[in-house]
Write a protein that binds this ligand. Structure first.
Ligand code: EPU
Length: 476
């Protein structure tokens, strides 16, 4: 069975009904195609191509708001979150068009839908200044329009995104940084309301923690501020570098991208540009863990192995052979992985978004692993689902001790967030049966056509059908 990832028509009703966007509403029984099943026991083999990073493309779309006129972003992943961000911008008055990407995604040779597209964004001279709750609750990342809209409009209302299934996720660093730049900020009826009646001005800002979202919002505000802004303890992720690269192409003056100190000299205006999104290191890392856990042999193209240094080193310690070249790597694992300890940290540390994969690896490794999560307080919530697959996991605060087993056992489980969904599917490949992951729309939020990619790597996988239980055919 082939499945097409459902990216809906991008116009959504003024008052969206629950479930307007392929299960994005969440609660209740899973929709029929909201289930992915995999059969365990296959070694992953072959080549998989990774397209642009979700966490870059979403913010590049917000960056476009800073210049009136037409910006084009290419290598944008074809995922639900991008569709929602397109709608956020459309409601701010932008014209949004998705086109076939150039070059065409090489994975098309393996079926499915194109994994990437280009997005053309026509930004009006005066964009809107309000992002409503209906969209922001579906896409926490829409908070990244706060900085650019404040810089362009001088006042803005963005719905407070709230927490999500991986933790509480505050906004205090976004707010205090913008306040140092002269903004007045308050919370009103679920909205963050910010205004800078006399314009934003350069400031010295020291972040308590290298927050990705706060760094992005502050840089996007600072590029049009009067004077120089210095952001210390800034996030250093490759996606931050990508955003700064696009901003500098637009005429911004940012120095230090990729280091802990960003210096931004404000300019009066920016020009629209065309920019290609950096490859997705988290998707690439997901395939790397999948290859190691299934004792496979996978070549990953489209993302730089340099951005996965710590994760690939861990896999080497676990027994994998990793060969790297520019923009690609090959990973092979002959024997059962050895247990390794993992500590998540801001980049260049081990990425929190790969934590579910690290737990999956530990669950099938020889020995016990200590996994420590330092970024999100709720990231271990999915561990209960992994335990349904037979994983031996004990959590205590932000630590988990995982005692590896030779094999897990297939079971119905539920995805609680994007990375948990992908991690459970990969873990399902190390079981003795069929694993059925419901709430698979979470996977669609971050992985373009995961099912077709799994199939191209030799995995027996199917999408759709009713939720499992006795007597329900598995459809494999
Ligand atoms: N935090 C605060 N106050 C703030 C900002 C952050 O307390 O003002 C806390 C958060 O609550 C969290 C920690 O700091 O505990 C890290 O937050 P950060 O701002 O760094 O993360 P984010 O911008 O909310 C992005 C990615 C996440 C990724 C993290 C860390 C996007 C859209 N999201 O989130 O990606 O895990 O950085 O690398 O870029 C995913 O893709 O599945 C995902 C969750």
């Amino acid at each position: 069975m082939t499945h097409s990832l459902r990216i809906p028509d991008l116009t959504i009703p003024a008052r969206p009904e629950p479930g307007w966007l392929a299960g994005a509403g969440g609660a209740g029984a899973p929709a029929v195609d909201d289930i992915i099943r995999v059969r365990g026991g296959t070694r992953m083999t072959g080549t998989v191509h990774v397209v642009g990073a979700k966490n870059s493309a979403l913010k590049l779309m917000a960056v476009a708001l800073l210049a009136p006129g037409r910006s084009v972003i290419t290598n944008v992943p074809r995922i639900t979150d991008i569709a929602i961000m397109g709608e956020v911008l459309r409601r701010l008055g932008c014209g949004i068009r998705f086109d076939a990407d150039d070059p065409v995604d090489p994975m098309m040779a393996h079926g499915g839908v194109p994994r990437s597209r280009s997005v053309t964004i026509d930004v009006p001279d005066v964009p809107g200044a309000e992002a409503d709750y209906e969209l922001v609750r579906r896409l926490r990342a829409s908070i990244c329009v706060l900085g650019p809209l404040l810089a362009r409009r001088g006042s803005v209302r963005v719905a407070h995104p709230g927490g999500d299934a991986i933790g509480s996720r505050g906004l205090d660093m976004h707010v205090s940084g913008l306040a140092r730049m002269g903004a007045e900020i308050s919370g009103e009826r679920g909205f963050v309301v910010a205004s800078a009646p006399r314009g934003l001005r350069g400031a010295e800002i020291v972040l308590d923690f290298p927050s990705v979202g706060a760094t992005e919002n502050l840089v996007m505000a600072a590029v049009l501020a009067k004077g120089t802004t210095v952001i210390d303890n800034a996030a250093r992720e490759p996606e931050i570098v990508d955003i700064c690269t696009m901003l500098n192409q637009m005429g911004a003056l940012i120095d230090g991208a990729g280091t802990s100190t960003l210096t931004v000299v404000g300019v009066p205006g920016l020009q629209p540009v065309r920019h290609a999104t950096v490859g997705d290191r988290i998707v690439a890392g997901t395939w790397a863990f999948g290859a190691a856990m299934t004792r496979g042999d996978v070549t990953v193209t489209g993302a730089s192995p340099a951005f996965l240094d710590v994760a690939l080193d861990k896999l080497v310690s676990a027994g994998a052979l990793v060969e790297t070249r520019r923009g690609a790597f090959r990973i092979r694992m002959a024997d059962r992985p050895r247990a390794v300890d993992v500590v998540t940290l801001p980049y260049p540390g081990f990425a929190t978004d790969l934590l579910p994969m690290a737990i999956g690896l530990a669950a099938v490794s020889d020995g016990a692993s200590l996994i420590t999560e330092n970024i999100f307080d709720g990231r271990f919530m999915f561990a209960n689902e992994m335990m349904r697959l037979g994983a031996d996991i004990q959590t205590d605060g932000h630590h988990a001790v995982v005692r590896g087993r030779e094999r897990l056992s297939g079971a119905p489980v539920a995805a609680t967030d994007i990375r948990a969904g992908a991690g459970l599917l990969i873990a399902g490949l190390c079981t003795d049966g069929v694993t059925e992951v419901s709430h698979a729309h979470h996977v669609d939020r971050g992985y373009p056509d995961f099912v077709a990619d799994l199939r191209a790597l030799g995995v027996e996988v199917a999408r759709g059908g009713a939720a499992g239980g006795p007597g329900v055919p598995l459809g494999l």
